[in-house]
Design a protein around this ligand. Structure first.
Ligand SMILES: *Cc1c(COP(=O)(O)O)cnc(C)c1O
Length: 624
């Protein structure tokens, strides 16, 4: 994996220059520089950095690619897009999204009442709002209220029951109105083709959502009977997220396109749009051998435009406007999670831990000689000798012939020899060497929670690119696994022989080492769990100024301990009293000490759950 796969996943958003990774924009600050600036303000623990310029890049690329495809085919329908709120509802993200999309008539998609309130208050009047998912009467009423405010809102019918409610609410809202106002109506179709991959449940006959063709015909009749047919303007489908293969999209487009054309021929004259949902994939892979996506945005857009045009032509109907609800594609790249390494867990295998004696058992002595004289030529032979000696020495220990110090020396020396052999034979790549890497992997304890910040790794084994912020001018050689600070054994990104990660050998008591996790902007934040009560990390927005410099804005610190408990509906007043009481009543503490302990306790309560790093102590030391 050269350069941590930057050329595969980073889309030129980040570059390595010198020994650090930099933002490939404006004055190209390094991530390390920004991280240090924030940490100097006193914010330790993991940091989530948001980059609005990357949201803007995704939105403008989406629109311009579809515009180019339209031009290429002479397509007459318009292109529109909305952002599906479920992908990221955090205010620092949404505010940046609205800000950078002003010139695009870009709107929001809502799937719940709370999301709908965000959409109504944040979408500029006139920009599209679409409302999907299960809806009750209240939610449909909210759509009518939004329409009466002047919003360009479309409510998607997911089932016939919802349509009955729409008809009912329409009568209530409009029976005494001189100018009846209602939201536009879309119909979600249940595809017979289904998506692929781990998110495939959104499409297909067994999907939670959508109308079958029988139900569609019935809906058509109901709309006509209640004089709402002129509100039906959109056909909607969504085949699932992170679509790695373009083939299912093409199938779904043909199916949806023909439904659109059939309904139009039947007399649905206002039907003018087809909404293709989301699914546009993001390349998360750091390894050429595990590419996640087999198409480009260009191909995606061309397929959509071409297929819609072909169907419209064949069935003699007008070319529909095209809507997308891509979320992952828009949001994933905008945020980077940066977390400090707290400790390396296999440092017991360091040379300095050796306890060699004046006179060692002959095989231990021989291991020591092998270690000192191993070179590229003899590496494989010496490696085999070392593994063989190790077997013998462990047997000798079991039989009581060598002592614990000899055994410890054996383990250290063999590990050091394996490490050396692997780096000497680096370019020969063999199955044997690959297997040995598991034995010498280094465990990096990192100050973050996997459950909070990368829940899709935990739940779906989704990979996220990871790399250190500096030392990038030297080749890392430690096969690495990453441990988070939860006390759950699932909180680990294990070393994967097929997709190996190598990190640098560092001494965290002397130097700082940060890992950055990329493409964390879609789904991770709101799916993140407060497992062990680790909260959303401290976050901020990195804006670039006219002169190319950056500013750190909208900083929100991770919740403090008491706020976390308050969120769980603990009565923090009672907790506060209990803590005070237990200190005051303790007969193990002197009177002055009580005041001191209370002071300390309140300081701790005002801080967040993440660990104060070893580096943090050092920094304080250095500052003095
Ligand atoms: C989740 C969802 C999306 C977004 O999908 P992405 O794969 O993130 O682009 C779009 N539309 C609907 C209806 C959804 O449920």
């Amino acid at each position: 994996m050269k350069n941590f796969g930057l050329d595969i996943w980073s889309d030129d958003n980040f570059i390595i220059k010198g020994d650090t990774v930099k933002i490939n924009h404006a004055n190209q600050p390094s991530l390390l520089q920004i991280t240090q600036e924030i940490r100097e303000k006193g914010y330790k623990g993991p940091l989530l950095l948001r980059f609005p310029h990357l949201i803007q890049k995704q939105i403008s690329t989406l629109f311009s690619t579809f515009e180019e495809a339209k031009k290429e085919f002479g397509y007459r329908g318009n292109f529109h897009a909305v952002f599906p709120l479920k992908v990221n509802q955090f205010p620092n993200f949404i505010h940046a999204l609205i800000d950078v999309s002003q010139h695009y008539d870009y709107g929001l998609e809502a799937g719940s009442k709370a999301e709908l309130i965000i959409a109504i208050t944040k979408t500029p009047l006139g920009a599209p709002i679409t409302v999907n998912g299960f809806k009750d009467k209240e939610m449909i009423s909210l759509c009518f209220i939004a329409a009466k405010m002047g919003h360009n809102i479309t409510v998607t019918i997911e089932g016939l029951g919802e349509l009955e409610t729409i008809i009912e609410v329409n009568e209530e809202f409009n029976k005494d109105s001189d100018i009846p106002v209602s939201p536009k109506i879309g119909a979600r179709i249940r595809l017979h083709s289904s998506g692929i991959g781990i998110w495939a449940k959104s499409g297909g006959y067994t999907s939670k959502f959508g109308l079958t063709s029988t139900e569609l015909l019935e809906a058509y009749g109901m709309l006509k009977q209640h004089k709402l047919l002129d509100r039906l303007w959109m056909i909607h489908f969504h085949i699932g997220s992170q679509m790695g293969d373009i083939a299912p999209l093409k199938k779904a487009l043909r199916e949806a396109g023909n439904i659109y054309a059939e309904l139009k021929r039947r007399g649905a004259d206002s039907l003018t749009a087809i909404n293709i949902g989301g699914g546009l994939a993001v390349e998360y892979s750091q390894h050429g051998s595990s590419i996640e996506r087999n198409y480009s945005l260009r191909e995606f857009a061309n397929d959509v435009v071409y297929l819609m045009q072909e169907i419209a032509k064949r069935k003699g109907v007008e070319e529909p406007d095209i809507f997308t609800e891509s979320g992952r594609y828009i949001a994933a790249s905008h945020s980077v999670l940066i977390a400090p390494v707290l400790e390396l867990f296999s440092q017991e295998y360091h040379k300095k831990a050796l306890r060699l004696k004046e006179k060692n058992p002959p095989l231990v002595q021989e291991l020591h000689d092998l270690f000192n004289t191993i070179n590229r030529k003899n590496a494989r032979e010496y490696l085999h000798d070392a593994l063989d000696h190790m077997e013998s020495l462990l047997t000798l220990f079991d039989l009581g012939y060598i002592d614990l110090e000899d055994r410890s020396n054996t383990e250290i020396l063999v590990n050091l020899i394996i490490k050396k052999a692997i780096s000497l034979l680096r370019n020969e790549g063999s199955g044997e060497l690959k297997k040995l890497q598991d034995r010498i992997q280094e465990r990096y304890l990192v100050n973050f929670s996997l459950f909070q910040s990368l829940p899709d790794f935990w739940g779906l084994a989704q990979q996220f690119p990871v790399m250190p912020l500096d030392r990038l001018d030297t080749t890392p050689t430690n096969p690495a696994s990453i441990w988070d600070i939860t006390c759950d054994s699932d909180g680990e990104i294990g070393f994967n022989r097929e997709l190996p990660l190598y990190l640098h050998d560092i001494d965290v008591s002397k130097e700082e080492y940060f890992l950055a996790f990329f493409l964390t902007g879609a789904y991770q934040e709101v799916l993140g769990m407060q497992h062990n009560l680790f909260t959303h990390p401290t976050e901020c927005v990195i804006n670039f100024n006219q002169d190319g410099s950056y500013s750190i804005d909208d900083l929100i610190e991770a919740q403090n301990l008491m706020d976390v408990l308050d969120d769980l509906d603990y009565d923090t007043g009672i907790i506060d009293k209990a803590l005070k009481y237990q200190i005051e009543e303790s007969n193990l503490i002197s009177q002055e000490e009580k005041r001191e302990l209370l002071g300390k306790l309140y300081l701790y309560l005002s801080e967040n759950s993440y660990l104060k790093t070893i580096q943090a102590q050092n920094e304080q030391g250095q500052a003095k």
